[in-house]
Design a protein around this ligand. Sequence first.
Ligand SMILES: [Zn+2]
Length: 442
Amino acid sequence: MGLVIYNSLSNKLEEFKPQNGNKVNMYVCGPTVYNYIHIGNARPVIFYDMLKRYLTFLGYDVTYASNITDVDDKIINQAIKENKTEKVVAKFFEDAFFDATEKVGSKKPDIIPHATEYIGEMIDFIQKLIDEGYAYNVDGDVFFRVNKIKDYGCLSNQVSADLESGARINVNDKKENPLDFALWKKTDVGIKWNSPFGEGRPGWHTECVVMNHKLFGTGLDIHGGGMDLKFPHHENEIAQFEALYKTHLAKYWIHVGRLDLAGAKMSKSLGNVIYVKDLNTTKDAMILRTLIVLSPYRNIIPYSQELLDQYKKEYEKWQRAYKQSLYELQYQNVNLCDNDEKYIESFKEYMNQDFNVQNVLTLINEIVKEINVTLRGKDYNRNAICLNTLKTILDVLGINLFVEKLKDEELELYKKYNDARAIKDFETADLYRKKLIELNIL
Ligand SMILES: [Zn+2]
């Protein structure tokens, strides 16, 4: 049995089988760039980076796209506030976004489409929906006619009646039905484009679905995003896609749970936001990543300093073991790059169970224990195999321990220290020990 993942669309665990052999197309909803990202926003970015790494490790050829929403009311408001253009604001926060994602060890996606690069396609798409009766124009606002889609609500698993009662809170007289959503918004303020429907800008749900189709056609395997995007955003993407292309937008929908702070949702209005940019060091950011990748991805993470400290303890324990062994193997001149296949098989087995990362954590600790035991027992060959295996697994998870091999002059000191100890010249050993501590080697 290969990889089994939970498909939010069927609400079932399913064996992962991409549409086209070993090729995987993945699209993840990216940020609206009007502010810095907080540690909760970082969670999906970290998870999908890990997912791509793991699929690649399994031998899949993955194309990962994640968009930048660079036109939105929030960006327009921020631009007005800062007395800058939307373009300048969006570019600034896009750069800040990638600084933050790099800090938490996530690589850039293979494709980064910007909503503003696809406005022409979006206008065509909306026009087609109007032509086919799936959308209607009221005074320059264009809405999607939800009741034309029979299985609307299939993803969020809500029946239309429930959805409608919820949607009535936002009654808009212009709409035929409270559930209908905007494809094109007539705007007076901020950046706008000309269209057959009048001046305005596209709606968010339309942006993502158009970029998706442009990039992957009907060949999307995985569509991802945070759990809170399920409804209405993803539901509305599905509805538009089905209307025009008569098929499902993506084969697998994967949703990542929230990261909440001290039992509350992290939000600017509550004043309890921790921004990624404010994490003191790259090591702190890596510990956050460790916490996130080793927490069950569909559950809420109840973030607290205590929880972070638990993962810090684990991380530092692995770092210590890795460092001591790496230097000792260098000193002993042991160069082995094999993995322990038994450990790797266990890793795959756990990851293939819809990412059973709790078992992965236990496995990592087993390996680290064996690294320590084999180092003490001077079984350097076995020690090297365990060390490589640990590195292989941590690389797939994107966890960097920031330990490099000793440089020549450092290795020289390390040798002298060990040589002095070997002949029980503790006074000399102590001198070298102090130097090595200064260099952060011991
Ligand atoms: Zn989206």
